[in-house]
Design a protein. Structure first.
Length: 286
């Protein structure tokens, strides 16, 4: 989409626009009640899937929700949701309209702003910082109950930028039960401690599966590592999510919302996570 690349709304004049951007960012975020950053120490733990489950689950519960994908180098949210077009850039106003999908969920990702979705994004730190700030400050989020921010794995520029610019943000950590993932998770927890970023809770993802042949549980990544880590560090445990092949198939097909909507009537494990979050933030009254 030519507007996305030619518009000053993304990636140009960052230093010159610093003060006005600060003002827009502050004004935008003031209209959002809860800001939740979904983080993981390691890639491949299903963090983006958890972010979608949380955002869609909150929207299905009647909340107004935005979903911001700040994984600039490997965005996956648009494909999981089946978004094939581009976000609308209002050139004169230098604003970006989020894509609105079912249940009124507002979504923005850098992939919705570049012409070629398969093109690599080769940006250094200052550029990434500026673009993330613009995605928070120049997107017309409006009044929201929740903004779910899907950060890339680790403790680099992207989560650091969010932590330093989103006042009142809280973190949802995602891990698998295995020690390799938990070792990097502990680094993310240290990141949150050093930046005084409150951790709302921890989700253990890919916590085994039920064998389709014998019906017995298969704990191929270990058992209970996430729960034990949450207890050790005094973090609220938000639940265990089993490996579900249907999630993978639905995400690849861009039909994750359809699956989650059906699963809402089946007491799926991710619903427990959503209700824990609502409880912790005093939002069960809705």
């Amino acid at each position: 989409m030519s507007q996305a690349t030619s518009s000053p709304a993304i990636g140009s004049g960052l230093q010159a626009e610093l003060d006005p951007l600060d003002q827009r960012l502050s004004h935008n975020l003031a209209d959002i009640k809860h800001k939740l950053v979904v983080m993981s120490g390691k890639g491949g733990v299903g963090k983006s899937t958890v972010a979608v489950q949380l955002a869609v689950g909150l929207a299905l519960a009647g909340h107004s929700v935005g979903l911001l994908d700040v994984d600039l180098h490997g965005p996956s949210i648009p494909r999981m949701l089946g978004l094939k077009g581009h976000a609308e850039v209002l050139v004169d106003e230098q604003l970006i309209k989020p894509v609105i999908i079912d249940e009124g969920l507002k979504v923005i990702s850098v992939e919705l702003l570049i012409p070629n979705k398969d093109a690599s994004v080769i940006w250094r730190g200052p550029m990434k910082i500026g673009v993330i700030r613009q995605l928070m400050g120049d997107v017309t989020w409006g009044n929201l109950d929740f903004l779910i921010i899907d950060a890339p794995p680790g403790t680099g520029d992207e989560p650091l930028t969010v932590a330093q610019n989103v006042e009142g943000a809280k973190v949802v950590l995602v891990t698998t039960p295995q020690e390799i993932a938990l070792a990097d998770l502990r680094k993310s927890m240290d990141f949150c401690r050093k930046l005084e970023l409150p951790v709302l809770g921890l989700v253990e993802n890919m916590a085994g599966m039920i064998c389709p042949h014998c019906g017995e549980p298969v704990e191929f990544l270990g058992k209970g590592g996430g729960r034990d880590t949450a207890a050790k560090f005094g973090v609220k445990f938000l639940g265990s999510m089993p490996w579900d092949p249907r999630l993978m198939a639905a995400a690849d097909a861009g039909r994750l919302v359809e699956l989650l909507r059906r699963e809402r009537d089946e007491a799926a494990p991710w619903q427990g996570m959503v209700e824990e979050v609502r409880d912790l933030l005093g939002e069960r009254k809705k």
